[in-house]
Design a binder for this molecule. Structure first.
Ligand SMILES: CC(C)(COP(=O)(O)OP(=O)(O)OC[C@H]1O[C@@H](n2cnc3c(N)ncnc32)[C@H](O)[C@@H]1OP(=O)(O)O)[C@@H](O)C(=O)NCCC(=O)NCCS
Length: 221
C-alpha cells in the first residue's frame, strides 16, 4: 500500500520500541501518497468528531466522498500519525482556493482574498494518543507545507457551541489557548455555515464555524 511505502521511507519506528508512551510517527503525505490513508481517515473522523464540540453523526460513505478531493488537489497535504502501521491521527490542508465555495465565499464577503490563504481542515487524533505532541506536529508540518507553496497566511475553522450547552462534558478543555499560542486568532465577523446531523438528530442542522487565521507564517510566534 502506498502509505506503508511512505512510512518505510520516512520513518524508523522499530517494533520493539512500540510502547504506549512512545510518540507517534508523523509523516507528511502529498499527491498520490494520500489515497491509501483515506479509508482509515474516514473512520477516524467519524469516531473523533462524535465527541464534543462536534457531536458529528457521520457516515463512512459521506466521509469517503468528502475526503476523496484531497487525493486530487495538487496543493493538499495529509499529515498522518501512525502507531506502527495503524493510522491513529491525521491533519489535512489545502489552498483555500481549492476548497468548496461555501468556505471561500465568507472570506471574500469580509474583504479577505481566499487565494492568499492555506486552509487547514480536520485535525483528529485517537484520544489514546493525545498529549504527546502530535497536535503541534500537525501544525508544524502543515505550516511548512503552506510556506513551501508560497503561502504566508493560514486559516482553519472551529465549531461554535453555547458555553452552557448541557452536552458539554464537565472536564472539556477548549483548544483556544493552544491555537492562540501558535499565533492564530479568531477573525472578527468571519464565520462559515456548515450542515451536519448532531448525534441524536435525524436531520442535518446548520452550525456556524468560527474562522481562525494567522498571518506571517514565516515568522516565529
Ligand atoms: C487537536 C488534537 C489533534 C491535538 O492533539 P494533542 O495530542 O492533544 O496535541 P499536543 O500533545 O501537541 O498538545 C497540543 C496542545 O493541546 C493542549 N491539550 C493537551 N491535552 C488537552 C486536552 N485534553 N484538552 C484540551 N487541550 C489539550 C495543550 O495545551 C497542548 O499544548 P501545550 O504545548 O501548551 O501543552 C486532539 O486534541 C484532537 O484530536 N482533538 C479532537 C478533535 C479536534 O477538536 N480537532 C480540532 C479541530 S478540527
Amino acid at each position: 500500500m502506498q502509505f506503508r511505502h511512505a512510512l518505510n521511507e520516512c520513518c524508523d519506528y522499530p517494533k520493539e520500541k512500540r510502547r504506549k508512551n512512545m510518540p507517534v510517527n508523523i509523516v507528511s503525505l502529498t499527491a498520490s501518497e494520500i489515497e491509501a490513508v483515506l479509508p482509515a481517515l474516514a473512520e477516524l473522523r467519524v469516531r473523533v468528531f462524535r465527541d464534543w464540540p462536534y457531536l458529528y453523526k457521520g457516515s463512512l460513505a459521506y466521509e469517503q466522498e468528502y475526503l476523496a478531493r484531497y487525493a486530487t488537489s495538487p496543493g493538499a497535504v495529509v499529515v498522518a500519525a501512525f502507531d506502527a502501521e495503524d493510522l491513529v491521527g491525521a491533519a489535512t490542508g489545502q489552498p483555500l482556493a481549492e476548497e468548496v465555495e461555501d468556505f471561500r465565499a465568507p472570506f471574500s464577503a469580509v474583504g479577505l482574498d481566499p487565494d492568499r490563504y492555506f486552509y487547514f481542515a480536520e485535525s483528529v487524533l485517537d484520544s489514546a494518543f493525545r498529549g504527546r505532541g502530535a497536535g503541534h506536529a500537525f501544525f508544524d508540518r502543515r505550516e511548512a507545507h503552506a510556506r513551501a507553496l508560497g503561502f504566508d497566511r493560514a486559516a482553519f475553522c472551529a465549531v461554535i457551541r453555547n458555553d452552557d450547552d448541557p452536552r458539554k462534558p464537565a472536564d472539556y478543555r477548549p483548544l483556544d489557548p493552544f491555537w492562540k499560542k501558535r499565533g492564530y486568532r479568531p477573525v472578527s465577523g468571519l464565520t462559515v455555515g456548515f450542515d451536519w446531523p448532531d448525534i441524536g438528530e435525524t436531520q442535518h442542522s446548520r452550525k456556524q464555524l468560527q474562522v481562525w487565521a494567522r498571518e506571517g507564517l514565516g515568522k516565529q510566534t
